[in-house]
Design a protein around this ligand. Sequence first.
Ligand code: ADP
Ligand code: MG
Ligand code: MG
Length: 245
Amino acid sequence: DTVLEIKNLKVSASGKEILKGINLTVKSGEIHALMGPNGAGKSTLGEALIGHPNYEITDGNIIINGRDVTHSTPEERARQGLFLAFQSPISIPGVKISTFLRTAYNDLYPDEKLPLRDFFNMVKTAMKDLDMDESFISRSVNDGFSGGERKRFEVLQMVILKPKIVILDEIDSGLDVDALKLVSSEIKKLHDSNVGFLIITHYQRILKDIIPEFVHVLRDGKIVLNGGKEISDKIEQEGFEWIEA
Ligand code: ADP
Ligand code: MG
Ligand code: MG
């Protein structure tokens, strides 16, 4: 099993404190939802957890299986099993999806020496499951992709790279109903194989398919409420206003 522990995490960007002491533990097989109004700091938490250089951790710790990764490289965190699907994935013109996935996979599993053919068969199967055209594989990463295609490509990476703890940042935004179903089905498969999830979402749409065991509400850089699905249900009815900051 894998355990991600976030302890009193404080994060600044451009010299301004955004996260003001976050405590949260996500274990294999658990589904957590992190909700909160726009600007609460949800994406900042995801980015800080995977080690984005724009976000400075000023206090607290990120611990994976007892190992402190607070100041580790993104690659090292990935090797410990952490994966983030970005809210706004960036394009990398000139880098093909095939190369990108193969490089990331080999970095994570250097000893596996999966033959190229087997690797690409695995990729093709996953693309089919996500209703992505095979021609995507020779396109540049996110270059000219629609919002929905970017989100599907994030999910494709998740499926191929086999992380232990997954953070999904607004994965449902920009997906139509059919695409959302495919994405939810991939999330469920991974959950069945004991992956732990932190699902960041402004709306409760994806939480109709993926029922969270734990719901946390972030407001002004602090978790102000912890509970179960009753919280996301109430947020659907009443928004965030009833929750005191
Ligand atoms: P959410 O995902 O909950 O909508 P964000 O984490 O994107 O919130 O943003 C939280 C706050 O931090 C916002 O006020 C935002 O403007 C600010 N912020 C986020 N990233 C940066 C950055 N790189 N530099 C400066 N401020 C930032
Ligand atoms: Mg936002
Ligand atoms: Mg966000």
